[in-house]
Design a protein around this ligand. Structure first.
Ligand code: F6P
Length: 302
């Protein structure tokens, strides 16, 4: 007997390419006469019974946009057994036979909890952090480019005045974003943990202040340092003007790259096809340049 109703939700930090992922799942459902329901607000929508049927109209004009048409969330309630039971009973009431979960490592834990309670799940890696054991996660490529573009803009002004900058980069505990950006903008001035060596950093900045180098750009991972304080300290110790920057949601938003759109679309489609081949309770993502399925347990990088 074939399936009739499948649902999809996006959870955790939104990532560019999530809408293409939903579109891929929708197209595969259309091809197989399955109704695809979207759950709003991540896992909270399961608890609050927020299911909407996905159609072309909902997706129209949104596939090339960042964010998630289903909205996202980091549900604390989902961890509590009374709310979790409500989520399970709403899935049953809506006759959902399988659930696609698009998100990062927190979302993956939620997928495992649902699987352990009899729900058929497929997890897709949607996060800018690249903190899952796939070659890339959906959104990482766009975020990297967003950050590099933002820093290029900042560099125009730094160069004009001979200033340096301290810039806070997202990634949670994963260094993939900051490391990739550092290579792309050619800086080795990195602060990736609270125990960084300030004297070494000052020395490295000074050594580059000879007129023959690019402006000194210090990248800071998340809260490894307070960018305002560090900027002021470097200014004082290196005798160069420094400007602090927190890029914030500029990193996550905007038009998804062609890579992330294609990745999301093909992964979304593959998730439905996998369910139809009775292969579920796994995660599907890129390993090298091919989509591959892995056990949920085997996807955590940390
Ligand atoms: O997981 C994506 C991410 O952007 C992380 O890089 C960052 O630590 C976190 O989300 C920020 O969360 P919020 O947008 O909820 O402040």
């Amino acid at each position: 007997m074939t399936m009739k109703n499948i649902a999809i939700l996006t959870s955790g930090g939104d990532s560019p390419g999530m809408n293409s992922t939903i579109f891929g799942a929708f197209i595969a459902c259309q091809n197989n006469n399955i109704r695809l329901f979207g759950v709003l607000n991540g896992y909270d929508g399961l608890i609050d019974n927020k299911f909407i049927e996905i159609d072309y109209q909902l997706l129209s004009g949104r596939i090339n946009r960042g964010g998630s048409i289903l909205k996202s969330g980091r549900s604390k309630r989902f961890l509590k057994s009374n709310y979790f039971k409500m989520a399970l009973s709403n899935l049953k009431e809506n006759k959902i036979e399988a659930l696609i979960i698009v998100g990062g490592d927190g979302s993956l834990k939620g997928a495992m909890k649902l699987r352990d309670n009899g729900v058929k799940v497929i997890s897709l890696p949607g996060t800018i952090d690249n903190d899952l054991l796939f070659t890339y996660t959906i959104g990482f490529d766009t975020a990297t480019n967003n950050i590099v573009n933002a820093i290029d803009n900042i560099t125009d002004s730094l160069s004009s005045f001979g200033y340096g900058a301290v810039i806070k980069i997202m990634g949670n505990q994963c260094t993939d974003l900051i490391d990739t950006v550092a290579d792309a903008i050619h800086t080795d001035l990195l602060v990736k943990s609270k125990n960084f060596d300030l004297n070494m950093l000052v020395k490295a900045v000074k050594s580059k202040n000879d007129g023959n180098h690019l402006p000194p750009i210090v990248l800071v991972l998340e809260d490894s340092a307070d960018v305002e304080e560090l900027s002021a300290l470097l200014q004082e110790k290196c005798k160069i003007q420094f400007r602090p920057h927190i890029l914030g949601y500029i990193q996550r938003g905007g038009t998804p790259s062609a890579f992330d759109r294609r990745y999301g679309f093909t992964a979304g489609k593959a998730s439905i096809e996998s369910i139809l081949h009775k292969k579920y309770n796994c995660a599907i993502g890129l390993v090298g340049d091919k989509l591959s399925a892995k056990e949920l347990e085997n996807c955590f990088k940390y």
